[in-house]
Write a protein that binds this ligand. Structure first.
Ligand SMILES: CC(C)(COP(=O)(O)OP(=O)(O)OC[C@H]1O[C@@H](n2cnc3c(N)ncnc32)[C@H](O)[C@@H]1OP(=O)(O)O)[C@@H](O)C(=O)NCCC(=O)NCCS
Length: 169
């Protein structure tokens, strides 16, 4: 194990400003998407009866450098959604997202229900090329595509990874 000073932990209420600044700094999310991301923080901190969002936050030298938010998909017994994955621009390309994704996948797989799928929805736009390459590298396959989903010319691409099987099984 390489000690690169990166630590992983759960969400704290005080993380909201750092999460807001990462969501804005990565440059791919529209303002309304950033607002939804922050709503997930608020709902996690003040959960309603059916709230079930889980977070993995990465810190280096006490600074929040990335996060993943995931949770069980309602009305499924063991399917999980990776709702958000983002890393501060200055920290990208150093394996932070791979650590976050691995922790989320491990937690989903270890859930009482035994996670079966981990899904990640992304966009076909150029800004998401890093995300698409990332998912493909880490064992996700394209399981869905809806043309013009977000906007005309901006398709939804759903990546999925089985958590209950080895690849190719
Ligand atoms: C996608 C994202 C989370 C990756 O974070 P990261 O910490 O830089 O990723 P890692 O360093 O763990 O990268 C692991 C692998 O992903 C791929 N990857 C990451 N960034 C890439 C880029 N800019 N271009 C191409 N491939 C990339 C590579 O295969 C990389 O492996 P390598 O370093 O051995 O080449 C980050 O670019 C990001 O925050 N993007 C904006 C938000 C976003 O698109 N989120 C996901 C969709 S909601």
């Amino acid at each position: 194990l390489i000690d690169d000073g990166l630590t992983l932990r759960g969400l704290r209420a005080g993380d909201r400003p750092a999460i807001a600044s990462i969501l804005a700094a990565v440059g791919v999310f529209r303002p309304e998407e950033i607002a939804i991301g922050l709503e997930l923080v608020d709902e996690t901190v003040n959960p309603g009866p059916s709230t079930d969002y889980r977070w993995v936050v990465a810190e280096r030298l006490g600074a929040l450098v990335g996060f993943a938010c995931f949770g069980p998909v309602p009305l499924t017994d063991a399917t999980y959604d990776l709702y958000w994955l983002a890393v501060a621009p200055a920290e990208q390309g150093r394996g932070v997202a791979s650590r976050l994704e691995a922790a989320a996948a491990e937690a989903a797989a270890a859930a009482a229900s035994g996670g079966r799928w981990l899904l990640a929805e992304t966009s076909s736009m150029d800004g998401y090329a890093a995300a698409r390459t990332f998912y493909e590298k880490f064992g996700y396959v394209q399981v869905g595509r809806i043309e013009d989903f977000y906007r005309v010319g901006d398709h939804k691409i759903t990546y999925g990874k089985r958590l209950d099987r080895r690849r190719g099984e």
